[in-house]
Unconditional design. Structure first.
Lengths: 204, 165
């Protein structure tokens, strides 16, 4: 095998041609590779969470006098800030990655761990988005539609039951949608990570 | 910038065979091969500034090319649109018939293609004549583990070759 490979190598040297002119003409800077796409998508999601939080904070200023409405809007901002902080922590690790100074196993492991965390986070991102949109309804209604939506603290069993059913339905739908959209991708990434770990640790 | 491009072309020219073999082992489909070639070239270009002369050029090049090839190989969706929109390969074979006539090397490529992506990387590095130490550095596993794994892969490949013969 080694001999065959060496002969092949010698032959390649004779018959291979590098299109150097084409290589020189290429403008590499606007090109985006697969790795960057994955990272950019995550960073964009993270930044959007910050923008949503800032929108909530900005609108809060306009309704400072209405304490009930203020609380709802600020709750939406806090949920988005928590999402931003989570994604910031998550992407910070990946921005330090590169293809040249990390060994193959380490880089592949990190990329797959990142994929798994991203896919898992996707499950909560949708819930966060729905909560934020709901928190925006009363303030948007007041500022743009000049309608007041009364928000009563759900103290009665009727309200609590209705809220619990709504939350359960939301989580159920989210779970179902998530499994359809990302279930396969998640199991593929998990299997891949397992394969890398086995390769790294086993001696055969 | 111009000097960088000259340096880049020289590096690619000197190592074109390594790139060709890696691309050929990881991709069967010609469109996919061209796509992988371009993705490796982008990463090499982007990493050119980071290349440190204290590290071996081959280690730097193998790490990038193999990391891109393994990630590319795992892509869920096959991309049909090339990154640059080019319809020509940069690494070209002047005479295809010469390569295709080599039945034995074709069989070896086919057998390597059957291996897992990480085992593929190991055997390419070994067949290219890299020491266990260099392979360990590129892959990130111990030298003794490299030795054990390579012997195992060679054993599998020999068995496969025997079955074919």
């Amino acid at each position: 095998m080694e001999l065959l490979w060496k002969e092949h190598n010698v032959k390649l040297e004779k018959i291979m041609v590098l299109n150097g002119e084409m290589l020189k003409k290429l403008n590499f800077y606007p090109a985006v590779d697969g790795f960057s796409k994955l990272l950019n998508l995550s960073v964009a999601g993270r930044n959007m969470a910050l923008i949503y939080a800032l929108i909530s904070v900005g609108l809060s200023v306009a309704i400072l006098a209405d304490h009930q409405l203020l609380l709802t809007t600020l709750a939406g901002a806090i949920v988005m800030l928590l999402s931003f902080a989570y994604h910031l922590h998550h992407t910070a690790k990946l921005t330090k990655l590169n293809f040249y100074n990390m060994p193959v196993i380490e880089l592949q492991k990190t990329i797959n761990e990142f994929k798994i965390t991203s896919i898992k986070a996707g499950k909560y991102d949708l819930v966060v988005m729905i909560i934020w949109l709901l928190s925006m309804v009363p303030v948007v209604a007041k500022l743009w539609l000049h309608t007041t939506i009364n928000i009563n603290v759900p103290s009665t069993p009727y309200y609590i039951s209705a809220a619990l059913i709504a939350i359960a339905a939301l989580l159920y739908l989210n779970e179902k949608m998530y499994n359809n959209l990302y279930g396969k991708k998640l199991s593929q990434a998990e299997a891949r990570l397992e394969e890398i770990i086995v390769f790294e640790e086993s001696r055969v | 910038m111009l000097a960088d491009k000259e340096k880049f072309v020289t590096i690619i020219k000197d190592n074109k065979r390594i790139l060709y073999k890696i691309i050929n082992c990881y991709c069967k489909d010609p469109d996919d091969r061209q796509d992988l070639e371009q993705e490796i070239l982008i990463q090499l270009w982007k990493s050119l500034d980071s290349y440190n002369s204290t590290c071996k050029l081959s280690t730097w090049l193998y790490r990038i090319a193999l990391n891109v090839a393994i990630s590319h190989y795992r892509k869920d969706v096959k991309r049909k649109v090339t990154t640059f929109g080019l319809d020509e390969s940069i690494l070209q074979i002047a005479d295809h018939t010469t390569v295709n006539d080599q039945d034995k090397i074709d069989i070896l490529y086919q057998l390597i293609a059957k291996l897992s992506s990480l085992n593929k990387a190991l055997i390419i590095l070994h067949l290219d004549g890299n020491s266990y130490r260099d392979i360990a550095e590129v892959m990130g596993i111990s030298e003794s583990n490299v030795g054990t794994k390579i012997n195992r892969i060679k054993h599998i490949l020999k068995q496969e070759l025997k079955n074919i013969q």
